[in-house]
Design a protein around this ligand. Structure first.
Ligand code: HSE
Length: 348
């Protein structure tokens, strides 16, 4: 059995029909991966796009493309959101969930900003979103499963491949506009790159991780108002920090503050031997401290078509095999009262 089925062919009853929202960098990589999958039990049946004439990689079967959102929603057993954004894709995934079906999504903006609309469906494990944070590097699963048995103390993470790539290029003396253009060409950046460089994409992802690992009640507005990006950085600023033995990185943190959790995103100066420095280029890294687990470092690819599509594919296969998605924790972890920590040094 092939992972992609021409649209006019009738689907076998036992085959799960996967509708895709979007055929951009991630969607086309996913179709390439799915077409090589044998005996997967699913077939990509339709793909919603906004322009039928746009040039796309050969992996995108033209006969599956449609401009009609209703057609995709009505003719799919699983809906996959690789379109992103809080507009059309969010509206369609919510409608699909309300009909009792299951969604696989890489749309971190939708989950971060419209969390309360998604909550009832989380409770039923019908939202799979490993791809939404750190692409194919697993962090969603570990945070809502194995790490939940520890008291969380703090989390610091590099969560945006575009920013990490740009900062690395600035270290090499490349100008900011050139570095951003290259990140866009490589397929790391969002359709609207201000989400990346303004820190908001990191904030979306941080918000999801914090809700899974710390408290389900954490609000998007509180992290949004404590978010700074990298758009003011220049090779000169980066070099000055390096001359003093530091490295600039855009980091999202969850730390205890005043009997609550502070979520913030900002450029920081890390010492050269900091564990997060190992995440270079477009890679991401996450450092979790908990009791009794201690310090856990997870690092790997965090952006781009292949790495993101691999996580989406794993989630589709989980649905086909009848496995549940993450369930929202029913209780907030207590905020440690006498835990003292050294916060990262923010770049002014
Ligand atoms: N624009 C995002 C990034 C894509 O650069 O990390 C992956 O979420």
């Amino acid at each position: 059995m092939h992972g992609i089925l021409p649209r006019m062919t009738s689907l076998e009853h036992s085959t799960v029909r996967v509708g895709l929202l979007g055929a951009g960098t991630v969607g086309s990589a996913l179709m390439g991966l799915a077409s090589r999958r044998r005996d997967s039990g699913f077939q990509v049946s339709q793909v919603l796009v906004q322009d039928l004439k746009k040039s796309r990689p050969a992996s995108v079967a033209k006969e599956l493309l449609t401009l009609d959102p209703d057609e995709v929603v009505s003719n799919s057993d699983i809906l996959v959101d690789v379109m992103g954004g809080v507009g059309l894709a969010t509206k369609l995934t919510l409608r699909f969930l309300e009909s009792g079906k299951t969604v696989v999504t890489a749309n971190k903006a939708a989950l971060a900003e419209r969390w309360s609309d998604f909550i009832p469906h989380f409770a039923e494990g019908r939202i799979h979103f490993e791809a939404a944070v750190m692409a194919g590097t697993p962090v969603v699963g570990p945070l809502w499963q194995v790490l939940r048995s520890s008291q969380p103390l703090e989390l610091h993470a590099i969560l945006n491949g575009t920013c990490n790539y740009i900062v690395g290029q600035l270290e090499a003396g490349i100008s900011y506009p050139e570095a951003l253009a290259e990140a866009q060409r490589l397929g790391f950046a969002e359709a609207d790159p201000t989400l990346d460089v303004g820190g908001y994409d990191t904030a979306h992802k941080l918000c999801l991780l914090a809700r899974l690992g710390f408290s389900p009640e954490l609000l998007w507005e509180s992290v949004k108002s404590d978010t700074r990006g990298i758009n003011h950085l220049t090779p000169m600023i980066i070099r000055e920090v390096m001359e003093q033995g530091g490295r600039v990185r855009l980091v999202g943190s969850v730390v205890p503050r005043d009997e609550s959790w502070r979520l913030c995103v900002r450029p920081v100066i890390l010492p050269e031997d900091h564990p997060l420095i190992s995440a270079s280029g477009s890679k991401n890294g996450l450092l979790f401290r908990g009791d009794p687990v201690g310090e856990v470092l997870i690092s790997g690819p965090g952006a781009g078509g292949g790495p993101t599509a691999s996580a989406v594919l794993a989630d589709i296969e989980a649905v086909v095999q009848g496995r549940s998605g993450p369930k929202q924790p029913t209780f907030a972890a207590s905020v440690p009262r006498d835990y003292s920590f050294e916060d990262l040094v923010e770049l002014e």
